[in-house]
Design a protein around this ligand. Structure first.
Ligand code: AMP
Length: 602
């Protein structure tokens, strides 16, 4: 082991606890590097080191190195993860780039799920769990007031000894605990009973104890949370939860929960990973959790209005699950901020099939992270179309996306996308005047608007669309270029069933005989393609071939067939110059199907 290995420590995070630990290790002569993304925090740390303010207001500075990207800390042997639970994924992605192969990252974070998320990126061999009840309050960027000493409890891990030694050398009391769940829930109960109440009342931990009603609420919250732990067979690391919470509050009397600070500076809080986690566990074990649920909602009520999401979804966000699923715009933005680029984006209306998954796979193979949106966009349906019947199965969609290794799924509601008073539209002109646009009035205005909004929120580097909706791809390309979106549009081939029917969410509407008849679309296109290969290059003749083939199928009714320039979508007459888009819409029973092929040129 090189000398550098045991003298250096990487701290991921720049918040109160990260600063406090950095100062302690720095004062024990460790070479501390702090890795973060908060610009003001990094700037202050770079200029002044960590500034510790004691109870008399005296300041003392401790030197640290500062890194704003993982590359700058490549080869780190020991890392302490001290970011908020909603930033864990980003921390994990950074650590995956800079932690050495034999390195170890120790999480000392609040909430459930952090260990699992880190292990997903680093492998369980390189991740260890600890809990601390040390407190700290951030007074400003890089400036922290210690908020009460607490022990560091570590869960046994084969590579933990050197890091435990570092803690002891830095003056911490270190214990080894046998049971991770007991340790995590022990801290969770304390966090649930102290953090949201002090944040909501804007008081310190000490004041929480001196206010009779607030203290009673603390006690009830602790009892409720510990009942959930007990129902799961978890034996908390203290005999009486109320005594444990009150003694922590008393020991950290000057401390203030950062939840309120978080909201005030426009960031999410850890409420999902604390009270949210308790409510979810309560639902699974049949323990009622009205107080934790109320605290969850009250903290969410502090968020700006546009952050607010349907309560149910908020509770469903499982911190630490492999794939992050968010509904509100604020949660999307926070989660997006954690993704490393290039970011690939696949917008969908859900009810996913292999066609959608082919786009996801293309995005996965070209991008570092992948975002999928699921939103049945009402503004692209006209009143006589199938908006209310459009097939939906979110649970199934999410499980399919999780299997594909998607990082983030956004499931906004119509109210989030089009709040009351909404009145801004994107209208792409020429290329929407024909084909689908001439029949589905307003359709592309809805499509361009929603995709523009999705692009603005997700800010992808690349966005993936299917050739199946050929005109849509042309419209999106045009809009992307005209509105200067800095996004590469990738169009992927149409995925088909065995008999050639293009996969579509709407295929479920077909009854068995219609389903059989529906293969006629592909048969007609193939016939035209074969004719083209045999030398028939006349656009009108190719349209006729499609028309005749569809007419041969009694259940199918051709709405239009078009042979156009693939980019301008202008109808071609006479000989096809180089290549053409042969596209069609057909009613099979009540179901409207579209399909296309590009002929020639390729
Ligand atoms: P939708 O959910 O129908 O809005 O489709 C979302 C995306 O998937 C669009 O870019 C579609 O063009 C694409 N897509 C739909 N069906 C297929 C398919 N069979 N093959 C390839 N891409 C498809």
């Amino acid at each position: 082991m090189r000398a550098k290995d045991t003298n250096s420590l990487l701290i991921v995070g720049t918040g109160a606890m990260a600063c406090l630990f950095a100062a302690r290790f720095s004062s024990a002569s460790y070479r501390v590097t702090m890795l973060g993304t908060w610009k003001e925090g990094l700037q202050a740390l770079r200029e002044n080191g960590v500034v510790i303010v004691d109870s008399d207001g005296n300041e003392r500075s401790y030197p640290v190195q500062v890194a704003d990207c993982a590359q700058a800390c490549k080869g780190s042997r020991f890392a302490l993860v001290l970011v908020k639970s909603w930033q864990t994924q980003r921390a994990a992605q950074q650590l995956a780039k800079c932690l050495s192969a034999r390195g170890l990252a120790l999480t000392l974070q609040n909430g459930l799920g952090n260990l699992e998320l880190l292990a997903r990126f680093l492998g369980s061999q390189r991740v260890a769990l600890g809990v601390t009840t040390t407190g700290a309050t951030l007074l400003g960027p890089g400036k922290v007031r210690p908020g009460g000493e607490g022990a560091i409890s570590l869960i046994g891990h084969p590579h933990l000894a050197p890091i435990a030694k570092m803690f002891s050398k830095a003056g911490f009391t270190v214990e080894t605990a046998p049971d991770a769940m007991a340790l995590l829930w022990g801290k969770l109960v304390i966090n649930a009973a102290i953090n949201p109440i002090t944040a909501l009342l804007g008081i310190s931990n000490g004041e929480l104890l001196s206010r009779e009603k607030a203290r009673a609420l603390l006690q009830e919250t602790a009892r409720e949370a510990s009942a959930v732990a007990e129902a799961q067979g978890i034996c908390l690391p203290y005999p009486d939860p109320v005594v444990a919470v009150e003694s922590t509050a008393s020991r950290t009397a000057n401390n203030r929960s950062s939840m309120l600070q978080d909201v005030q500076r426009g960031a999410p809080t850890e409420i999902d990973a604390i009270c949210g986690a308790i409510v979810r566990a309560g639902e699974k074990t049949g323990v009622k959790t009205p107080i934790n649920r109320t605290l969850f909602h009250l903290i969410k009520a502090l968020y700006p209005t546009e952050w607010n999401e349907p309560a149910k979804t908020g509770l469903e966000v499982t911190s630490g699950c492999r794939m992050n699923v968010v509904t509100s715009l604020a949660d999307l933005r926070a989660a997006r901020a954690q993704l490393t680029g290039p970011v690939g984006f696949v917008p969908t209306m859900g009810y996913l099939h292999e066609g959608h998954l082919s786009l996801v796979r293309a995005a996965k193979s070209n991008c570092n992270t992948v975002v999928v949106s699921i939103f049945v966009n009402p503004t692209q349906f006209s009143p006589n179309e199938d908006l209310s019947n459009y097939p939906r199965d979110l649970k199934r969609d999410l499980s399919m996306l999780e299997k594909e290794g998607v990082d983030l799924v956004w499931t906004p509601t119509p109210e989030i996308m089009y709040p009351p008073g909404y009145q801004t539209w994107i209208s792409v002109e020429e290329v929407t005047s024909m084909l689908e646009g001439s029949i589905r009035s307003g359709h592309f205005r809805g499509v361009a608007t929603v995709v523009g909004k999705l692009f603005n929120a997700v800010r992808p580097d690349k966005a993936y669309f299917g050739q199946k909706d050929a005109q849509q791809a042309v419209v999106i390309r045009r809009m992307t270029q005209d509105l200067n979106f800095n996004i590469e549009i990738v169009v992927c081939p149409t995925i088909r069933e065995q008999d050639g029917l293009a996969m579509s969410s709407r295929n479920v509407y077909l009854n068995p005989s219609e389903r059989q008849a529906a293969s006629v679309l592909h048969r007609a296109l193939v016939k035209a393609q074969v004719a083209y290969s045999d030398g028939e290059h006349d656009a009108e003749r190719l349209r006729q071939i499609v028309n005749e083939t569809v007419q041969s199928e009694p259940l199918a009714h051709l709405q239009y067939v078009s042979c156009t320039h693939p980019d301008t979508l202008r109808e071609l007459e006479g000989q096809i110059p180089t290549h053409a888009l042969l596209s069609m819409a057909v009613h099979v029973g009540k179901t409207r199907l579209i399909d296309n092929v590009v002929i020639g040129g390729q």
